[in-house]
Ligand binder design. Structure first.
Ligand code: LU0
Ligand code: CA
Ligand code: CA
Ligand code: ZN
Ligand code: CA
Length: 554
């Protein structure tokens, strides 16, 4: 039923290929550094060329140096700087504030996206100290705006025949990187990210295609610039960017991951995250009249940006397809008259303010219970690496079954469960030797203790509780020398055991349970959380796992 609905709504890029071919896919040689700057035709003068964009963002920075910092993130294929701005109070300091990212112009011809980012910059700069919502966003968030990820393509798009049917526009989409062995130029940089790249028929391996994915993931300098920036925002083991919008045209849509599959909640998404994506997308759409849906409901893509942002970094990442609604022709879709810039960018104001406000923790959109559990200083569902360190002090003695992040395999002894077969969220948890067959004795903990320790967690003056889900299973010859422990490590390295489950004669059966620990005595301190599992005394079967480690928001 659902797939029928999706099929009927799905559009394709196919018709657009013809328009591209007609406009000349083969590039003249020559880099941007030597060519004269391309400009919009006079009838579209309100759009910003690359040159005008640079002048504009530098002017805003000069007028607001206390809250706006403009910098280059790196260079495009042709050597243009890829400009970005950080907007926050104390803008030169990397404060511990939730970060929100926006970008535009993955696709060259989608010029309204750049206008949306310039509008956003202007609203933030002008609203500081005058608009309450903007002022608190600038005070309590760090906003990053990338203005034109594909400046070469955007500029090239303006260099067609001025006497052509649509003036100088070429309807160019890709970047301007030559493709070896082909006269066709360009990679679709929204198919060049390395999350499930080329997996699912959502991109093309044909160098002439407008959805050419490149010879390998991150083959395009522009996607590498984005990758390196986002990777660089993992600070002290935690990704600082919590939410992201990439502006495209067109269709008036708010799309959330995944694009690579029609499945709503595949194994690489948790059901909590899916619910938050839906609620957050609807919250945005209700404020600008767009339609919220899963990205693949438009059509399947693979290697696109938002799949990578969520799949690799767990950032709540959205594609906004801006004005106009679907027109069905490349000119109608991507070249609205410049009179539309002001009304269509302003139309998104309240949705963007909402996004930046709730974007510190998208689960907030599910209500106050989620805000408590999911929006504290630490929230690890173990679905991606959040830099737990095994054997941090070099003191571990276990010879097998050391802690690892993995997909567990159910084991049992006489039908009594020992390692449980699934996580409490998503696919992964921290477990004692996950990569095993279903033989109960294979790869359990032997020979002593295995430890694992979290990144540093700065606790507020009134911290919420630590909670986690855990199981512990031992064989019948078990004793109290077998154990699962959790501890808090103070800044000086002192460890305090805050949770212990011990073995017992007759054996312990594994079952998921929840632990809750008061952290008041560590108020205001920067701590780490640790777990130890021990097969003590005579060798015995010992298995343990934990998932969903959280420090709550009180
Ligand atoms: O990259 C694209 O094909 C996007 C849509 C996906 C994000 C689902 N559409 S666009 O190219 O027309 N902006
Ligand atoms: Ca700040
Ligand atoms: Ca920061
Ligand atoms: Zn696009
Ligand atoms: Ca999990």
């Amino acid at each position: 039923m659902r797939s029928v609905t999706r099929l009927s709504r799905r559009r394709t890029l196919g018709a657009l290929v013809l328009a591209i071919a007609a406009s000349g896919a083969v590039a003249p040689a020559g880099g941007g550094s030597t060519a004269a700057a391309a400009e919009f035709p006079s009838y579209d003068a309100r759009y910003h060329s690359y040159r005008e964009m640079v002048a504009e963002i530098k002017a805003v920075e000069a007028a607001h140096p206390d809250i706006v910092d403009v910098f280059s993130m790196g260079k495009s294929y042709e050597g243009r700087e890829i400009w970005a701005a950080k907007i926050s109070d104390n803008v030169k300091v990397d404060e511990n504030e939730p970060e929100i990212l926006f970008d535009s112009l993955h696709h060259a011809r989608e010029h309204m996206g750049l206008e949306q980012t310039l509008y956003l910059l202007g609203q933030l700069a002008d609203g500081w100290g005058t608009d309450t919502a903007v002022t608190s966003i600038i005070r309590y968030r760090e906003i990053w705006i990338v203005f034109a990820l594909n400046p070469d393509g955007a500029e090239y798009d303006l260099t067609g025949d001025p006497d052509g049917p649509r003036g100088p526009y070429r309807a160019w989409r890709k970047n301007r990187q030559p493709n070896a062995g082909s006269s066709y130029v360009g990679t679709d940089i929204n198919r060049n990210y390395d999350y499930r790249w080329a997996c699912c028929g959502g991109s093309s391996g044909d160098r002439s295609s407008i959805t050419y994915r490149g010879p390998e993931p991150f083959s395009a300098p522009e996607t590498r610039v984005m990758r390196d920036f986002v990777n660089s925002r993992v600070v002290n083991g935690q990704q600082q960017i919590r939410a992201h919008i990439t502006f495209h045209t067109n269709g008036e849509l708010i799309l959330f991951p995944y694009g690579y599959t029609y499945t709503d909640i595949p194994v690489d998404m948790t059901s909590d995250d899916y619910r938050a994506f839906v609620a957050f997308a609807k919250g945005q759409a209700s404020r600008n009249g767009y339609v919220a849906k899963q990205s693949s409901a438009l059509y399947v893509t693979d290697g696109d940006q938002i799949d990578w942002m969520y799949g690799r970094h767990r950032i709540f990442s959205f594609t906004w397809e801006l004005y106009p609604p679907e027109q069905g022709t490349v000119w109608g879709d991507h070249y609205p008259a410049d009179e539309q810039i002001a009304p269509q960018t302003a139309r998104n104001r309240s949705a963007l303010l909402y996004f930046m406000t709730y974007g510190d923790c998208a689960w907030r959109t599910l209500g106050t219970a989620y805000r408590t559990t999911h929006c504290g200083p630490f929230n690890d569902d173990l679905e991606i690496s959040r830099f737990w360190r095994r054997d941090p002090n070099g003191t571990d003695t276990a010879t097998t079954g050391a802690w690892q992040r993995g997909d567990p395999v159910a084991t049992s002894v006489s039908r009594r469960p020992k390692q449980l077969g699934s996580a409490t969220s998503g696919r992964y948890l921290m477990v004692t030797g996950a990569a095993l067959g279903s033989t109960a004795s294979a790869n359990d903990v032997d020979g002593g203790t295995s430890t694992v320790r979290s990144v540093t967690i700065p606790l507020p003056a009134a911290p919420g509780d630590l909670t986690f889900r855990w199981f512990f299973g031992t064989h019948y010859a078990s004793t109290t020398q077998d154990s699962l422990r959790a501890w808090i490590e103070a800044p000086d390295g002192t460890r305090t055991v805050v949770f212990q489950k011990s073995g017992a004669a007759g054996g312990v059966d594994a079952a998921w349970a929840t632990a809750r620990i008061d952290l008041a005595r560590w108020a205001g301190r920067t701590v780490r959380i640790g777990f130890s599992v021990t097969d003590g005394g005579a060798d015995n079967l010992v298995e343990a796992g934990f998932d969903d480690v959280r420090v709550e928001r009180p």
